[in-house]
Design a protein around this ligand. Structure first.
Ligand code: 6GU
Length: 232
């Protein structure tokens, strides 16, 4: 899978992409990315990319021409399955969206700044608009990093133990159960006996019950949904 990202601040994305699982996915040849500096498509000697909004109001708007030229150049080289604009007024990101996007071949992300991008670019090029939550970030870059991380770890083969992505919180609309490692006794706090029992079925049942308890207490909204959709 490839993910290309149009941004005015590529430096914000280099760090997250060159470590940990994202780095591993690249080394394994399962993921590749490209950062495209929108400023290179700016207008005039000042490489202008934004302007005042029609109708008045504070904040600049990212102009049509640089974005259109940039996206068109990229489209002429590659077919994109999705062109996603990161924006606080987009559809809120869920595990389900990440699961679906992890099956795509090529994705293009557009990071906005200022008051956003000219609506005509959204109408012309954008196939999906995603927000990562109900709060405002200074730009789409950090949201793009979150989105890419959530997608790439799901690409088959990226995680060493493929089942571990399947047991993540949210993968079945429940929070993950608590986990323990050595020592068995930490200053009097003990690992639950069942985890030391070697009884796989009992352990699975305990984990499921813990997931239910945690979800019920911490995320009643998710629990209600689970109760309705999956009750077993
Ligand atoms: Cl995708 N962009 C910005 N600027 N702010 C956000 C966001 C995205 N998602 C939540 N807040």
């Amino acid at each position: 899978m490839t993910i290309d990202i149009i941004t005015l601040h590529p430096e914000l994305l280099v760090g997250p992409f060159d470590h940990s699982i994202l780095k591993r996915a690249q080394n394994m040849g399962l993921f590749d990315y490209q950062l495209i500096q929108l400023r290179d498509y700016g207008l005039g000697v000042h490489k202008q990319v934004d302007d005042y909004q029609y109708g008045g109001g504070s904040g600049m708007v990212m102009m049509c021409e640089p974005l259109h030229q940039c996206i068109s150049d990229l489209k002429s080289i590659k077919n994109y399955d999705e062109i996603i604009f990161l924006t606080p007024d987009g559809q809120q990101l869920t595990q389900n969206i990440s699961n679906q996007l992890s099956l795509k071949g090529n994705i293009l992300l557009v990071c906005g700044h200022y008051k956003g991008i000219d609506q005509r670019i959204r109408d012309l090029h954008i196939t999906k608009e995603i927000s990562i939550g109900d709060y405002v970030l200074s730009g789409g870059e950090l949201a793009a990093a979150v989105l890419v991380d959530s997608i790439v770890r799901l690409i088959p083969g990226v995680l060493s133990d493929e089942t571990s992505a399947l047991s993540d919180s949210f993968q079945d609309d429940l929070l993950a159960p608590p986990v323990y490692t050595r020592p068995v006794d930490f200053n009097g706090q003990k690992v639950p006996d069942v985890l030391l029992s070697g009884h796989d079925a009992k352990i699975a049942e305990w984990r499921h019950q813990q997931s239910l308890e945690r979800t019920k207490n911490l995320r009643p909204d998710l629990y209600k949904k689970w109760d309705k959709d999956f009750k077993t």
